[in-house]
Design a binder for this molecule. Sequence first.
Ligand code: G3P
Ligand code: CA
Length: 310
Amino acid sequence: NPSKKDNNNMNTKIVIAHRGASGYLPEHTMEAKAMAYAMNPHFIEQDLVLSKDNVPIVIHDIYLDDVTDVATKFPGRKRKDNRFYVIDFTFTELQMLKVTERFNPETGEQFYPNRYPKGKGNFRLHSFEEEIELIQGLNKSTGKNIGIYPEIKDPAFHQKEGKKITEIVLKILSDYGYQTKKDNCILQCFDAKELERIRLELKSDLFLVQLMEFEEETKQLEHFATYADGIGPWYKQVLEKKVGGKWLFTTLVSDAHKLGLKVHPYTFRADSLDEFTTFDEMMETLLMEAGVDGAFTDYPDLVVNFLKEK
Ligand code: G3P
Ligand code: CA
């Protein structure tokens, strides 16, 4: 269970509720976060994008099209590329939208067909502060100590639009008591220059995780270690190949560990297994055999139970 004694629970393998309990409820809704909380992960994730009036909104894309009814509520507000941008709407306007399971806006088809039915329920967008208050409130009422794991989405896009997302997020974190590595918060970003700036220029003492998605990034670990505390690779960057029924691994995990970096791969999805036959095989292979330090998962209950039995 998430513990108060272990700083950031960093001496155990951690479970990160990816977009909440997003295997069961529409991603990044308060309902998905409350459900995730009850499953006892160590951290709950928030992807962050700014609204027109500079409120960090908990949403995965800089677009609204794939998870809301924006096209029917505000049909005239799309840009030339046919997309609706979070940044073009005020927080009040964003609160009017209904959130649904992720779908393809061109075909209307639900992305994960066996998840919560698209269009059902009454889910809404919310701000980062509202989510922090939910988690801190639950920590108080339950006595648990579940952390937050925010991601600054597309800082280059925000900068191009004249928005200072990083400074705004850091200020909110500080106001809510997340200031050092001990404060049960891990800050993540795909943009290496921005994460480096957060450490070296903005002098943040938070636990920082460098997200990775490309093969060539595996050669930059030494540089990442100059400012980050961990890496968040795509899980496929850990796998080499399967030989005689056994997985062989790349050197990513051992290289990262030699540099003192924790490794939290994404995304453990029980309904999207690809090279694995069962979810148990995925968890056993990555968490036990490859020796990663945590998992971003849409199914926090399954990973929490798996680790409890080890
Ligand atoms: O942040 C870890 C993982 O969530 C990265 O992928 O695209 O789901 O934000 P994404
Ligand atoms: Ca993320």
